[in-house]
Design a protein around this ligand. Sequence first.
Ligand code: C2E
Ligand code: MG
Ligand code: MG
Length: 698
Amino acid sequence: MFNLTRYFSTLSFALIALAAGLLTFYFRHITYEQLLRHEQNRAEEFTQVFENSLWPLFKPVMENAQTDTPDVLQERVANVRLRETLSNMTRGTSVIRINIYTRNGISTFSTDPRQVGDSKRDNPGFLSAVNGTPISELTHRNQFATFEDTLQDRDVISTYVPIHSTEKGQERIDGVFEVYQDVTAFVQEADQHLKWVSAGVAGVLAALYLAQFMLVRHAQIILRAQARALEATNHDLDRRVQERTHDLENEISERRRAELRLDYLAHHDPLTDLPNRLLFKERLSQSLQRIRQHHTQLAVLFIDLDHFKDVNDTLGHSIGDTLLTIITRRLQACIRPGDTLARIGGDEFICILENTGGPATALEVADQLLELFRQPFTVDDKQLYLSASVGISQAPIDGMEVDVLVRKADAAMYQAKADGRNRSHFYTNAMTAYAQERIQLEGLLRDAITSNELSVHFQPKVDVKSGRLLGAEALLRWDSRELGLIPPTRFIPLAEETGFIMELGFWILCETCRQIALWDEAGLHVPVVSINLSVKQLERGNLPELLRTIMRETGITPERLELEITESVIMAMEDAFAMLADLRALGVRLALDDFGTGYSSLSYLRKLPVQTLKIDQGFIAGIGKNRSDEAIVQAMVDISRSLNLSSVAEGVETAEQFAFLRRLGCEQVQGFLFGKPVSASEFQAHWQAQAVVDTVAG
Ligand code: C2E
Ligand code: MG
Ligand code: MG
């Protein structure tokens, strides 16, 4: 750091010393000037006195001085007794010697007789005085001869003064008067003064210096303290900047990691770590770019697991998830390194096959994928068998856009499923028409309730022995203004897929209950009306509550209602028992629909709280044609009897079928032979008329 004190002390000391020196010198100069002037004045006064009183005596001596020898001159001077006179005049004064010179510089008189006759022609003092200007000079003499004796160590001022005289009114210089004055005492006193003054000046300046030094030193201390504080602050700031930088670096890398993680999550399926739909689309778009440049081909394989939902429903989601990860590993092992496998939905995978070179490669890979499913999957020591359906679309023949290729592979996959699952299918143009129709149907169905295109038809159930009406089955009908009559087998699965079935199911329940009440009012008593339930309605869990409300509002008692649930739905439901028990607790009847198609065991059946088994119409159709169907029907009737359940044969079309069923002891029949599903008014008209006939016959 800049040493202020040192620089200041050096510089100010030099300046103060210089100032002290200059002041002392100046003071000394003034003092001596004054002394010289003062003594010169005295010498001039003395000369004046001499001119007035002694010059007339001395003048004749002067006039002969040119020619006289020094001895003669001394004698002449002695004659005028000048020495004594001057000695008297100067007694008590500082004058110690007097010389008188002629205009030529010859000493005509001196109080020191040895000097008489000396020439001072070239002396500057003499020359100045002879030209009219008196002059003085201070000198120090080790020895000096005076009037009386010789003095030692003297400070002497010698003054040359012109001697004037007036002749005929003209002033002229006749000679030069030299006066020596002893100023030793003055000089000593002046020197003494000078010492005191110098000491005073030095003291004042030293005090000033000291004061300034203290001030500067104090300032330096303050500056040092501030510098130290500044340095500490800087240091602290540096440290904090370093810490903050470190923190920031950490934050940035953390954020970077989080961003990477987010990016990964945004593009991957968390369960299988496979690319998700988003990343798949990006990859497909890049692949399409490549085939555009290199004129190659690629294929998109849409893989959907068959009945995967059943696994989730019966074994739980945890096992479903494990199964999915195992399947993923198998699929990954099968595809080539450059190809992309992605998971785009619950049980939907999609695969990009690069550089296929044609359909043969795509088909080969699809077959390999399907082959993977032949081996069972082991989850929690359980051996699970699963198959998949694969739809294939190809670029460029089926299109060059991501969405188009995915949609077409999806449509092809649906076709594979429709063809019986566990197979692959290439996309064909006809599929687009089907897919478009599905989309159209979906849109129209949503408006079907509000635009009154839906209605409930009723098909009678008849007592085998008496032919009396025992009940009816409510069957939904959709007469679309745009597409005409659409069978429930086409729109019910669609409504289930889209979730619209909830709204639809509620509507049917309300309509049916309302109709029972209307018939009651009209005098037609239909003992039990059965309504088909979809799996979605059962899963929702609020069905008992819903039914209770509807029955309360329409005034229908629970024993008038029967709920038909297909055997396969019950088999697939995880908590089927609890659900059915809740419904049964309401007091409504439960029927197992399409019995014989769901492989339920006898022990399982026994536990179900159902009251009716509806033998699937597929077996009834075989009566009279197929012995094994007849045997199955017989077994089913026996089972229902042994379980104390009533049996209903569905789809009875011929008298032969009816006769066979009657022989077996089947209790109820339902089929075209006894009546097709018809509107409520038709049903009422027919069965009220029938009641009249029975009464008449009875
Ligand atoms: P399902 O419950 O087994 O209904 C019986 C089906 O067999 C009805 O077909 C009926 O018209 C038909 N059928 C009755 N007797 C005969 C016959 O003698 N010969 C032939 N060939 N067929 C006969 P539909 O009305 O086309 O219904 C088909 C399926 O759609 C129903 O099968 C049921 O599973 C479902 N479905 C119908 N209405 C509803 C509904 O309101 N809700 C639900 N969830 N499903 C319904
Ligand atoms: Mg039914
Ligand atoms: Mg049925």
